[in-house]
Ligand binder design. Structure first.
Ligand code: G3I
Length: 317
């Protein structure tokens, strides 16, 4: 039967993957599956601050340009990731002893250069990433600590100037269901919209644990859509305690189905992006000891039950 992207395109939907230029260059199976199965892509690391501006004013676009070349050659919609984030931030930004006006200038210069370089080529920008903690309070970061919560509105407005055609999104994890953290986004989104700040969407990352999905995913997506915002699942993976047996892989397939169906059921939920192609290169085992196998393909590039689940949810046989 047809690849995922063919079914997605039939219903005007995007099925994406996070892609790493290193693997695109060195692994032909990875590259072939990426091109065949996905009509959207997010650079896994290539557009982050530590890569794009390792020292002040020294912009490095080699990896990001290679990512864009692959995405464009394969007709993929691109999600830019990410402009303002506390992580993968080079030490010169994080440890700078900034005044407000200095840091605002640093942030604006970064946005102007990175969003400006790909102006007109990026469908969605994750303008600010992971700005809240689990209890819904603001996450401490050099941006929040120096500039206060207004850095988010400032970053959105600046990105709108740098790339007027890009949609401007906020993105975070643990906001799949209705909880303190997703409530914080719901309130912030209402505030920003009321102030006329450009905000187009909320990215729900979807780093999930097998068999432990929160309830109310569809209801949560719906409430953001009801504000007039778009929503996407931007970094989906479902990690399994290793070794993964057949029943766990079957559970994982059911979890993928749940997330796909929650998004597909809501007008305004425009895309589901998985955070990698094969289990082999997933970030999960590096960060969550004893967990792995979170994606659609195993380390030998065999499609897993989770692949079939996504395929079926998109309308394939
Ligand atoms: O490139 C260097 C390499 O030169 C070095 O030898 C090696 C040694 O550790 O590190 C390599 O860099 C790693 C980089 O990935 C590229 O593989 C970093 O250590 C590692 O920290 C980095 O991890 C990335 C992580 O973000 C960093 O926060 C993951 O690939 C990436 O999947 C992950 O993605 C994030 C999203 O951006 C935001 N949401 C959560 C998600 C998962 O953490």
């Amino acid at each position: 039967d047809s690849p995922l992207r063919v079914h997605a395109e039939e219903q005007g939907f995007e099925i994406g993957a996070a892609l790493a230029v290193n693997h695109l260059n060195n692994d032909s199976q990875y590259r072939a599956i990426a091109a065949r199965e996905f009509n959207a892509a997010t650079p896994e690391n290539e557009m982050k601050w530590d890569t794009t501006e390792p020292s002040r004013g020294n912009f490095q676009f080699g990896p990001a340009d290679q990512f864009m070349d692959f995405a464009q050659a394969n007709d993929m919609t691109v999600r830019g990731h990410t402009l303002v984030w506390h992580s993968q931030l080079p030490p010169w930004v994080e440890d700078g002893n900034w005044t407000q006006s200095e840091l605002r200038t640093v942030m604006y210069d970064h946005i102007d250069a990175v969003a400006g370089r790909y102006r007109g080529e990026i469908a969605y920008w994750d303008v600010a990433n992971e700005i809240f903690l689990e209890d819904g309070s603001w996450r401490p970061s050099v941006f929040y600590n120096t500039l206060g919560s207004g850095f988010v509105a400032d970053a959105l407005r600046r990105t709108a100037q740098a790339d007027p055609n890009a949609e401007l999104w906020l993105n975070d994890y643990n906001i799949e269901g209705i909880n303190a953290k997703s409530n914080a986004y719901y309130e912030l989104a209402q505030d920003l919209l009321a102030q006329g700040v450009p905000l187009d969407g909320i990215g729900i990352q979807g780093h999930l644990i097998n068999g432990q999905l929160p309830s109310g995913i569809q209801q949560n997506i719906q409430r953001f859509a009801d504000l007039g915002l778009k929503v996407a699942i931007t970094e989906l993976d479902v990690r399994i305690q290793m070794p993964a047996d057949q029943s766990e892989l079957a559970q994982q397939a059911r979890d993928y189905t749940t997330v796909m169906n929650a998004c597909l059921a809501v007008d305004g939920c425009v895309a589901v992006t998985v955070w990698g192609v094969s289990d082999q290169y997933s970030w999960v085992p590096d960060v969550f000891q004893g967990y792995g196998a979170p994606l659609l393909y195993n380390s030998n590039y065999q499609a897993k039950p989770a692949y079939d689940a996504v395929h079926t949810a998109l309308g394939g046989d």
